[in-house]
Design a protein around this ligand. Structure first.
Ligand SMILES: [Mn+2]
Length: 327
């Protein structure tokens, strides 16, 4: 299962984006729903850089979920405004969202802006702005934001560097699958004063005790389908709503990293019941299968080795649909 890589239809450079941002007096920066450290770090890093240049800045993400403490502690979080308080400036920037839909309730704010800048690294992103900086060769969106900060001639302060580091360390799984350029970027960020050990622990290696019970149940109920994917194998598990809601929402993000360690399989899936009957599905692969093709079959997207989609139905229904596609 290999898909042709979808390339952006328009391709801007960091210098192009910086030129547009220089012209703006006020900028609205939008992060994707259920923000992760890459989208939020990108938004806060860019927001701080633009504030340094004297611009009015607002940063927002859709939904009313409170940020987990680990991310709320990122420098620049004072730039965050609630969705209802978003002004919607004539220049809007989307960071790390693979589709307009990932901005959910704030998509209208984005489309209403005359100048719409998309900054992203998802291979499935075909571009939805008037200026699209989409680079699947970048390990994270935050690294693209660093290029823009440089193009704006803004000093790389410890605060800006910390936000970029947050995106880099999480999207590379603590540099486990980082490409060569990312190590150079990491060195520069640490030299700018980032406390790498603190942020790695805070963003990746810290869980509430309640997470242990969830992990125990989720792993105990995992299913192995060795015949799936032409014999490459699938492992999947479900996290029912009552279990998911027993822990902070961001804690479920790391479950897929445990499930995908199953040696017998190429593809891993975790079904998370965000609302009764509504599921967010995370997909991962190791070497040979492009999981964006699976995600796209269900209306989702993502990266070659990490993708996702949404589904509705009972646990039996949504898992059977995936198994039927792959087995
Ligand atoms: Mn990302």
């Amino acid at each position: 299962m290999t898909a042709a890589t979808a390339r952006p239809v328009t391709a801007a450079t960091a210098a192009d984006v910086a030129a547009r941002l220089r012209q703006a007096d006020a900028v609205t920066i939008l992060c994707h729903v259920r923000p992760d450290p890459d989208t939020l770090g990108s938004g806060l890093a860019l927001g701080q850089a633009l504030a340094t240049l004297g611009k009015s800045v607002e940063v927002a993400y859709p939904g009313d979920l409170q940020l987990p403490a680990s991310m709320a502690a990122l420098p620049g979080s004072d730039l965050l405004v609630a969705p209802a308080a978003v002004v919607g400036h004539p220049t809007a920037v989307s960071v790390d969202a693979a589709t307009l839909g990932r901005l959910e309730g704030l998509a209208d704010v984005f489309t209403a802006a005359p100048t719409r800048i998309v900054i992203d690294h998802h291979v499935s992103n075909t571009g939805f702005g008037t200026v699209d900086l989409i680079d699947p060769a970048s390990d994270c969106t935050a690294a693209l934001v660093l290029e823009i900060v440089d193009a704006l001639d803004v000093d790389l302060t410890e605060s800006i560097a910390t936000c970029i580091y947050a995106g880099l360390v999480t999207d590379t799984g603590s540099f486990k699958w980082a490409r060569p350029a990312s190590f150079g970027i990491a060195a520069r960020l640490l030299q700018a004063g980032v406390d790498g050990a603190r942020w790695s622990r805070q963003l990746l290696d810290s869980h509430p005790f309640a997470w242990f019970r969830v992990v125990g149940e989720v792993l105990a109920h995992a299913c192995l389908v060795e015949s799936a994917c032409g014999g490459a194998g699938l492992v999947y598990t479900t996290v029912p709503h009552e279990l998911l809601s027993a822990m902070p929402w961001d804690e479920s993000e790391s479950l897929i990293d445990l499930v995908r360690t199953a040696r017998e399989v190429e593809v891993a899936a975790v079904f998370k019941e965000s609302e009764p009957g509504r599921w967010n599905v995370s997909l991962r692969s190791k070497d040979s299968i492009d999981v964006t093709t699976i995600a796209r079959a269900f209306g989702g997207g993502g990266h070659v080795r990490a993708a996702g989609y949404s589904a509705t139905g009972s646990a039996a229904e949504v898992t059977a649909a995936l198994v039927a596609l792959l087995d």
